[in-house]
Design a protein around this ligand. Structure first.
Ligand SMILES: [Zn+2]
Ligand SMILES: [Zn+2]
Ligand SMILES: [Zn+2]
Ligand SMILES: [Zn+2]
Length: 244
């Protein structure tokens, strides 16, 4: 018999009670609604500093949380356990995402509409990936734009921001339940005077990224840190394989 749990904090409404629920010690005679409710750690800290009411952690809830069933916070209908809750919440196909480009920050997008936004609105170069061997000389045109490699029901996004090469996986993790991660190897080259690739600037070889929608910093572009990076052109050499 499972208990269905609502793990959203009464104040910020985010599903943060999984990391511990807190409650104000003032349970009677309060003028503030938050005093009687379950709060996340950061909302309980905010409540304490605004009211000087001490908050305590409701440890008795921990064992119930671990035995419970949790609804997906994005309302996709999935029944989750505490063990797979965090991973699902970050890879759910209904998770709302913000555009990662610093001058844009538009939202909300879903994994597939964010990929098309990057291509249509930010001029990201788009190609397919076959999950076999290296894809050579993918132009990563300039700082502020990038590359979207389209796979099966998922996208592999690469872009340069400031002096780093970044990666985002976009997809529905349920499409490949047996493959929670994938092999990724990336080499970044600077374009030579003829426009073709010249020297290697950095690479990423491990660990295998999980099919979770987070930004990964692949490498620092050390040798061009002193040059105006917006004037540079880059090429990628990328290996993506579906091996666990
Ligand atoms: Zn909260
Ligand atoms: Zn209080
Ligand atoms: Zn979901
Ligand atoms: Zn954008």
């Amino acid at each position: 018999m499972f208990i269905r749990l609502d793990l959203s904090c009464s104040s910020c409404r985010q599903p943060r009670l999984l990391d511990g629920a807190y409650q104000c010690t003032l349970t009677a005679g309060s003028l503030d609604e938050a005093c009687g409710q379950l709060l996340c750690y950061s909302c309980s800290r905010a409540h304490s500093s605004a009211t000087s009411h001490p908050c305590f952690r409701v440890v008795g809830l921990d064992s119930r949380v671990m035995a419970g069933v949790i609804d997906c916070p994005h309302r996709c209908g999935a029944n989750l356990t505490p063990a797979n809750y965090m991973k699902h919440a970050r890879s759910c196909k209904l998770r709302e995402l913000m555009c990662p480009m610093s001058m844009c920050r538009q939202k909300p997008f879903f994994w597939n509409t964010l990929a098309s936004h990057l291509i249509d609105h930010h001029g990201f170069f788009s190609e397919n990936t076959t999950y076999e061997g290296y894809k050579e000389d993918i132009p990563l045109i300039r700082c502020g734009t990038g590359v979207v490699l389209e796979g099966q029901e998922e996208y592999f996004v690469f872009f340069i921001a400031e002096t780093g090469l970044y990666f985002i996986w976009l997809g529905d993790a349920k499409a490949k339940p047996d493959l929670p991660s994938f092999m990724l190897k990336v080499y970044l080259h600077q374009a030579g005077p003829d426009g073709g690739p010249r020297e290697e600037l950095g690479h990423y070889l491990s660990p295998h990224p999980a099919r979770v929608m987070d930004v990964i910093h692949l490498c620092v572009i050390s040798r061009v840190t002193n040059v105006n990076i917006t004037q540079q052109s880059f090429y990628l050499r990328v290996l993506i394989e579906d091996r666990a």
